[in-house]
Design a protein around this ligand. Structure first.
Ligand SMILES: Cc1ncc(C[n+]2csc(CCOP(=O)(O)OP(=O)(O)O)c2C)c(N)n1
Ligand code: SF4
Length: 422
């Protein structure tokens, strides 16, 4: 056993008497018993009161989405693939309810990790709603008449799913040996710590005693399995590729005429060719010996609403995408104006090309009003804005854009001539 600190010291961020305190302290003690150091441990926490403890831990910490901590931890464990590192998940009974499939999958596949379920039988952080772990008769602020059904027995579920080690403890006093047994198990282990939420559980169930409640709920306090399990192995890839090897390299044919990096934003509507126009712009820049990055932004409902793209062109390599303040902005629709208004407001100089159907936004940029939509139709308006800006800003020869356009199948449907006349 070492004496290394895993907790920063000072008060933990929980209400007085909250069961989460004991879990944090016993986790530290268990890790000391196993002679770990803080940086040997990756702690993945879930959303909920228990999760805010991560700022008190001196370990590597990752704060996950509600219910997804186990899935994140599985990925970390597989990617890390280091038997000297320990991946630990802290989740509540709420997170375990929402993310049950991740727990079942983790146990089934045998990911090398330990899940500590803080089961206070309700959703603490959001005010005491019942979870699927709330036992029959247990009252919560939003269920004052008490639950009429029994809660999940997570230990039995994990046992059936194939976990290597499963134990339930009542989270009072010293249960660090239980945690240490789980932490030292190779493969998937889970400890369910029965707890009380003093703010909502105790107030709704006055006089309740935790060990009695656990017993009456029929939940066994014991080690469920210590079976040896296989470890999840990531499939070996004999030909690993890097994202960088996908880099598009283009033999320059023209030369760019910019004196510094230029950030260009196109903002229009879904279905009006904004992303394609941005891609043409980036490719034409590359054909002119420049570096280019492109970032697309659109709502999850990709078929409606705005569609925007940010392209940066430069003589030097660019290690990022997007810029909060564009140098040049083309707005071709009302959706696009709605999206780009903030960026336009930030511009202290530069140029905004805007369709004549739209109001001019507040901006420090020069504004140029063009009938993009009227001249080439809504569908081609963004592409026209790119031809127009290249023709007037002279970043590189128009021929570069023409070549890129002609190499694309769109040139079989739409004549390039409509874009070439400014
Ligand atoms: C996907 C999702 N659903 C709902 C919420 C709202 N939410 C935040 S904390 C919480 C309850 C957490 O309860 P539990 O996991 O039991 O942890 P505790 O607060 O009791 O420690 C909920 C429902 C959320 N953040 N994300
Ligand atoms: S609300 Fe409940 S679960 Fe959250 S910190 Fe307070 S006692 Fe703990």
């Amino acid at each position: 056993m070492n004496n290394v600190k895993f907790l920063t010291g000072g008060q933990l961020p929980f209400c007085k008497g909250c069961g989460h305190v004991a879990v944090a302290q016993n986790t530290e003690k268990a890790l000391q018993k196993l002679d770990f150091n803080p940086l040997d441990v990756v702690l993945v926490t879930d959303i909920g009161c228990h999760g805010i403890v991560d700022k008190n831990f001196l370990t590597h910490n990752v704060h996950g989405l509600h219910g997804r901590s186990s899935a994140l931890a599985a990925g970390i464990s597989a990617g890390l693939s280091n038997p000297n590192k320990k991946v630990i998940v802290f989740t509540g009974d709420g997170g375990a309810t929402i993310g049950m499939q991740h727990l079942v999958g983790g146990a089934h596949l045998g990911f090398d990790m330990t899940v500590v379920v803080h089961n206070n039988m309700l959703y603490g952080m959001t005010g005491g709603q019942p979870s699927e772990f709330t036992p029959c008769g247990f009252k919560t602020p939003t269920l004052p008449e008490g639950s009429t059904k029994s809660g999940y027995d997570i230990c039995e579920l994990m046992l059936a799913a194939g976990a290597a080690y499963v134990e339930r403890v009542v989270g009072i006093g010293d249960f660090s040996d239980s945690l240490a047994r789980a932490f030292s198990t190779k493969g998937f282990s889970l400890v369910e710590v029965m707890e009380i939420c003093t703010s909502y559980g105790v107030k709704s169930n006055p006089g309740m005693k935790l060990p009695k409640l656990v017993e009456e709920a029929g939940w066994k306090v014991k080690v469920f399995t210590e079976a040896k399990q296989r470890l999840f192995q990531t499939p070996q890839n004999s030909n690993p590729t890097s994202l960088l090897s996908e880099k598009l390299e283009v033999e320059p044919k023209y030369s760019g005429a910019i004196s510094k990096p230029v950030s260009i934003m196109l903002s229009g509507s879904a279905g009006e060719g904004v992303q394609l126009a941005a891609e043409f712009l980036a490719r034409a820049a590359m054909l002119s010996g420049l570096y280019a990055t492109k970032k697309g932004s659109y709502p999850v409902t990709v078929g409606v609403g705005y569609s925007a793209a940010e392209v940066i062109i430069s003589h030097e390599p660019i290690l990022y995408t997007g810029s909060p303040v564009p140098d040049i902005l083309a707005i071709t629709s009302a959706d696009g104006l709605g999206y780009a208004r903030t960026a336009a407001g930030r511009m202290k100089g530069g140029t905004i090309y805007i369709d004549q159907s739209l109001d001019i936004p507040q901006t420090g940029a020069e504004t140029v009003v063009i009938p993009f939509r009227e001249k080439v139709g809504a569908q081609n308006s963004s592409l026209y804005s790119v031809f127009y800006m290249v023709g007037s800003q002279h970043f590189f020869p128009m021929e570069a854009l023409r070549d890129i356009f002609m190499a694309n199948k769109i040139s079989q449907r739409v004549s390039v001539d409509i874009f070439m006349q400014l």
